[in-house]
Design a protein around this ligand. Structure first.
Ligand code: F6P
Length: 357
């Protein structure tokens, strides 16, 4: 008999259900005697003992369904060792619930923060297997995360739609793409949508260079310009500030986000008509794209295989076009970022795309 617990934690994304279905189908098809428990709303469910039993029927019809059938929430790693408002030791509570249900393993689906807690639980002696989800594709140890390709599709659609209206009106348009720390989504959607300027956190921008590019396009007869700007895009000047100085500056920040600041500066310096579009959480919503359905199913089934073999303490990831198992201690606490000299960045520059640097 194997008893498996499963949870989805952190910001949701497409293909979470497809991945869980992959795990479940592999395990239920194995013929092994099995009990599966789904903890509700991420680690919260494990901490407070909120769970429900999962049967094969729970995984029927969910391959194409966005969101997560288990619900999700953010449980900040920084506070995981702090008692809750009633003095409950959260780590101890998670362990107790694991032992109470006599679980053999926890399957945890999540991004960066989730992996830090998963690794902590592994260190506390629990058997853990994880799966890499996030639209940001910023998880260390895997070339790809599920959710990413679906989000690229949505952000690209947004840029495509903006293209026609920007061209009709001869306007400068900024499409703000998700990603506070890492720019994979903006870079890929920006390239796919034919953006003229791409601003990502890893390559701080100079507003003068951004304006130069717009003026250059204007001189060459292109009356409109599209910018794909990551939520976490940062100017060269701000990138030089210490964490404390930056925090201080942000206290009096008057814009809803960096895109509006950039828009105001372009407008002020050039007099051009500038508009901002923020697709926001639509990038995390809706059905997973076919790539993500296949990808998440593959990773899920490989996770099931690891569990059947009793191999724990790994994230199932993807490297050099192979599904691989990566030790959790290698993954936790590291961010995968776009290297400013990555070949994709160089190729984008060859296409004439400006990064404002
Ligand atoms: O980590 C995924 C992500 O969608 C980021 O791209 C984005 O910055 C953040 O989550 C938004 O978080 P929330 O859903 O808590 O607003």
């Amino acid at each position: 008999m194997k008893r498996i617990g499963m949870l989805t934690s952190g910001g949701d994304c497409q293909a979470l259900n497809a991945a869980m279905r992959g795990v479940a189908k592999c395990l239920f098809h194995s013929g092994e005697d099995l009990e599966m428990y789904g903890f509700l709303e991420g680690y919260k469910g494990l901490i407070y003992g909120n769970f429900r039993m999962l049967t094969p029927a729970d995984f029927s019809g969910v391959l194409t369904k966005g969101g997560t059938i288990l619900g999700s929430s953010r449980t900040p790693f920084k506070q995981i060792r702090e008692p809750d408002e009633n003095g409950l030791d959260k780590v101890e509570a998670m362990k107790q619930n694991y032992y109470k249900l006599r679980l053999d393993c926890l399957v945890i689906l999540g991004g960066n923060g989730t992996h830090k807690t998963a690794n902590l639980l592994r260190g506390e002696g629990l058997n853990v297997v994880t799966l890499p989800k996030t639209i940001d594709n910023d998880l260390w140890g895997t070339d790809m995360t599920f959710g990413f390709q679906s989000a690229v599709n949505i952000a690209t659609d947004a840029i495509d739609c903006i293209h026609t209206t920007a061209a009709s009106h001869g306007r400068v348009f900024i499409v703000e793409v998700m990603g506070h720390k890492v720019g994979y989504l903006t870079l890929n959607a920006g390239m796919a949508g034919g953006a003229d300027i791409i601003l990502i956190p890893e390559i701080p921008y100079d507003i003068k260079k951004v304006i130069d590019k717009i003026e250059e396009r204007n001189k060459n007869g292109s009356k409109f310009t599209i910018l794909a700007v990551a939520e976490g895009a940062i100017s060269k000047a701000d990138a030089k500030l210490s964490k404390k100085e930056y925090k201080e500056k942000m206290k009096n920040y008057k814009y809803p986000s960096v895109s509006y600041e950039i828009a105001a500066k372009i407008q002020e310096k050039t007099g051009y008509d500038v508009r901002v579009t923020v697709p926001g959480h639509t990038q995390r919503g809706g059905s997973p794209c076919p790539y993500d359905r296949v990808f998440a199913s593959r990773l899920g089934s490989e996770a099931g295989k690891l569990i059947l073999k009793g191999e724990y303490g790994f994230m199932v990831g993807y490297r050099n076009r192979e599904v691989v198992k990566v030790p959790l201690e290698e993954v936790a606490g590291k961010l995968k970022m776009v290297a400013p000299d990555a070949s994709i960045v160089k190729e984008a520059k060859l296409l004439g795309i400006s990064f404002g640097d």
